[in-house]
Design a protein around this ligand. Structure first.
Ligand code: NAD
Length: 458
């Protein structure tokens, strides 16, 4: 479904009229295409200390022009503010005020990225106040930015450093066009065992100033609900990034599914994910065709909206069965099978409705909040073992699902985010692909919203 208002305000006269009337002026977002360079203009690395110095050196090694202070009038691709040493709220003033100067100089589609430690990792009240304060400040900056610019944070958990391979993986993702619709979010990273960290560091050096090309080469991925919408786009992006893809959908969508499979040079598997033998059939197919499976994307999902007062058992039960019960059953079988890789990735589609709730969606919100609960519990069991499980929570995404929303409500829903527009399926797909990559090996149990900082539940 095209966003004609967005197209219109990005032409000269309507754009000027919208400005004069104070109407929303969503920008065309800077989205990734292979060969993209991370930063065409200089990047500011603000903040003091060894962590900031080391990160500035890494960016220089990526052939990025780095500034340690704002130069008046000089445009910036990004402002990275390193606050890993903040010990009390008083420590925030200097770097945040410098960031304030930098945001005036950001190019359209620019990036603000904060690096901080987690308030959950300290018992010192002043230190916790400083760390949580950074969270609030960065979220606010995200609300203030315009011209398609975003602000996000990377939270260093435990002994993770500013230059750990997983920190750099998250930084590349946030600097790149892959994260175009990720705004006002925080990605928690942990450090990795030395051997995998060394492999990742080598891959990072090889990637230089770019976004790594085909980071999923050699991996086999399964995407459920891939006949259309977000799932079809996830299949396409995973294939673009080098993965072999098995696409799964119900037999009724068989023709569309075959088209998607052909377009990604993958294979199609028609099945209903609520069937008790769904996981067994996926594992059999993967073992026979590809010798195993590395990435499972639980994308299939349905809505059966009704106010709870009018809800019937069939609506409630079908949503729970497809959106969460099937995933719980499939994961149990995947994890018990040697066909699923020891460094496997599970990525599950949640929703902002599962975070904030939504009128008429008590069944859907229960299922999507259930996904978040499942991911967190499973991640604790995976901890340190090489596998990861994460959730991606889309906000308003332009698909067949949201095209059913009445036109006026749809217009309002689109504008209710800091980026003042709905996301595209590719925005969700890029985040899924990032979480599926080796660069995300230190990210586990996270719920990453792809919602343009939707005001609902923000
Ligand atoms: P969609 O309705 O366009 O596509 C969903 C696909 O899942 C369809 O091809 C359908 O046939 C398939 N499917 C449904 N039940 C199935 C079953 N039992 N077995 C196998 N396949 C099944 O939906 P979409 O908008 O592309 O959404 C994809 C995912 O993203 C869903 O989990 C949805 O809840 C989530 N999501 C979407 C949005 C949005 O704005 N579109 C927002 C938040 C979350």
């Amino acid at each position: 479904m095209a966003d004609t208002y967005l197209d219109l305000v990005n032409t000269p006269l309507p754009g000027r009229i919208a400005k004069a009337l104070g109407l929303p002026r969503p920008s065309v977002l800077r989205r990734y295409s292979p060969g993209e360079t991370l930063a065409l203009d200089p990047v500011l690395v603000a903040g003091a200390g060894a962590g900031a110095d080391a990160l500035a050196d890494v960016l220089l090694g990526w052939d990025i022009e780095v500034r340690r202070h704002v130069l008046p009038g000089e445009k910036l691709s990004a402002a990275v503010v390193v606050l890993d040493r903040a010990a009390s709220p008083a420590d925030l003033a200097a770097p945040m005020l410098e960031l304030g100067q930098a945001v005036r100089l950001l190019v359209p589609g620019g990036r603000v990225i904060g690096l901080l430690r987690s308030s959950a990792d300290t018992t010192n009240p002043a230190e916790a106040a400083a760390r949580q304060g950074i969270d609030g400040a960065i979220r606010s900056v995200a609300h203030e930015l315009r011209n398609g610019a975003t602000a996000n944070g990377i939270v260093l958990r435990g002994d993770a450093t500013t230059t750990d391979a997983t920190t750099l993986g998250a930084l590349r993702f946030l600097l790149s066009g892959r994260s175009a619709y990720v705004d006002g979010q925080f990605i928690e990273v942990t450090s990795l065992p030395a051997a995998s960290a060394a492999d990742l560091a080598a891959a990072d050096t090889a990637a230089g100033e770019g976004v790594p090309d085909q980071p999923l080469t050699g991996k086999t991925a399964v995407v459920t609900g891939a006949a259309r919408g977000i799932g079809a786009k996830i299949a396409e992006v995973l294939a673009r990034d080098g993965a072999r893809v098995i696409v799964v959908d119900v037999p009724a969508a068989g023709e569309q599914l075959a088209r998607v499979a052909n377009s990604v040079s993958g294979t199609a598997l028609q099945l209903d994910i609520t069937a008790p033998d769904a996981a067994a059939r996926i594992l059999d197919h993967a073992a026979q065709r590809y010798g195993g499976v590395d990435i499972v994307v639980h994308n299939a999902g349905i809505t059966r909206d009704k106010l709870l007062a009018n809800m019937d058992a069939s609506r409630w039960d079908s949503v729970i069965a497809v959106n969460i019960a099937s995933q719980l059953r499939m994961n149990e079988q995947l994890l018990a099978s040697p066909v699923f890789s020891g460094t496997g990735r599970i990525i599950s589609l949640a929703s902002t409705s599962g975070i904030a709730g939504n009128r008429g969606q008590s069944n859907y919100a229960a299922s999507k909040a259930g996904v978040i609960g499942m991911v967190r519990a499973q991640a604790a069991a995976f901890d340190g073992g090489g596998r990861t499980i994460n959730a991606v929570a889309p906000g308003f995404i332009e698909t067949d699902m949201t095209a059913k929303i009445p036109p006026l409500t749809r217009q309002v829903a689109r504008r209710l985010s800091s980026l003042q527009q709905g996301g595209l399926p590719v925005d969700v797909a890029e985040t899924v692909a990032f979480l599926a990559s080796d660069a995300a090996a230190g990210i586990n149990g996270q719920v990453l919203r792809v919602c343009g900082q939707n005001l609902v539940g923000a």
